[in-house]
Design a protein around this ligand. Structure first.
Ligand code: SF4
Ligand code: SF4
Ligand code: FES
Length: 321
């Protein structure tokens, strides 16, 4: 079968804007998008730039947008893409600067991974040197975050990264979770890591859109790693950020009333800080005028005892785990 590959081209030395180019190609049964691109480069246009290495979904270097979704080109089947989308459209990863054609600049990606100090702390290393370090059980999985191949697909799909390039991003935060959850890392070192991660552009800047989970080719589930980090931060007593106050305030209201009361949420988030109170006051007044503020003195729901019993059971379970 002969079909058209539409590829976004951009040469910063010659082009002011990216443009699409079509290539007709005879495709064989079982062909991957990467195989198609390599054939186009070898047989039709040697100037096409792309990055790949293992061709087996191991090295992570061939991530790109295929029909608008972040994928590994070596794992994307031409036939399936055609069946689902009726075309083969290939563009570089979003949200990362394009070097040329399908090759993006990953230096900010690697910089952020480096920023989360992806190695055990000096305390753990000293324990290892003195022979005290606990060996990990052979099957220890770190919730599968160690399966990450650093392809960058999650960062390209990340809605927070799209609006804030400083956001650490799903891959780096998943890597941070791997070290925070490492049983060899002492609690003091974990707390120091969490103190860094709760700052601006860290764990509380994720919008929980779930796109990183959807596109990850290795089932790393970065968003779940971020939620684990948030939970670890709260358990470590780091509850001064707006994000942490939102989580704890939400739980307090539900435990007390059996449902969310939006009238009380702003107070839980700003607590008794005058500056923060003044910052949410205009929003509160607008909500009040539009009748959007429920009664802050509403009675708890009937059956509140059962809701509180669930909270008590969850606390007991957390203490025993
Ligand atoms: S869930 Fe969070 S980290 Fe993942 S893509 Fe959405 S904003 Fe980014
Ligand atoms: S978490 Fe998944 S999508 Fe993100 S870099 Fe790692 S393997 Fe790629
Ligand atoms: S070429 Fe290595 S992951 Fe695709």
């Amino acid at each position: 079968m002969r079909l058209t590959f539409t590829i976004q081209r951009f040469n910063p030395e010659a082009d002011t804007h990216p443009h699409d180019e079509d290539y007709r190609l005879e495709v064989s049964r079982g062909m991957t998008v990467l195989e198609g691109l390599i054939r186009i480069k070898n047989e039709q246009d040697g100037t096409l730039s792309l990055r790949y290495s293992c061709r087996s979904a191991i090295c992570g270097s061939c991530a790109m947008e295929i029909n608008g979704a972040e994928k590994l080109a070596c794992r994307a089947s031409v036939r399936k893409e055609l069946e689902r989308h009726g075309q083969i459209m290939v563009t570089p990863l979003r949200n990362l600067p394009v070097i040329k054609d399908l090759v993006v600049d990953m230096s900010s990606f690697w910089g952020k991974v480096h920023d989360v100090t992806p190695w055990l702390s000096t305390t753990s290393q000293a324990a290892a040197a003195s022979g005290q370090m606990m060996l990990l059980p052979g099957s220890y999985q770190f919730h599968n975050v160690d399966a990450c191949i650093m392809c960058g697909a999650c960062v390209a799909a990340c809605t927070s990264h799209e609006v804030s390039k400083g956001f650490l991003g799903p891959a780096a935060l998943a890597k941070a979770d791997r070290f925070v959850s490492d049983p060899r890392e002492p609690a003091s070192a974990k707390r120091l890591r969490l103190l860094e991660l709760e700052k601006e552009n860290g764990i509380w800047d994720c919008t929980r859109c779930n796109f990183c989970v959807q596109v990850c080719p290795k089932d790393v589930k970065p968003m779940e790693a971020i939620i684990r980090l948030r939970r670890a931060a709260i358990e470590a007593g780091l509850i001064s950020t707006g994000g942490a106050r939102h989580v704890t305030g939400f739980a307090e209201i539900v435990e007390h009333e059996g449902r969310l009361n939006e009238a009380l949420m702003p107070l839980k988030i700003v607590r008794f800080n005058l500056k923060r109170m003044l910052s949410v006051l205009p929003l509160g007044i607008r909500m009040l005028l539009k009748g959007k503020v429920p009664n802050p003195f509403a009675h708890p729901i009937s059956g509140i005892g059962q809701v509180r019993a669930i909270f008590a059971a969850a606390r007991r379970r957390a203490r025993s785990s």
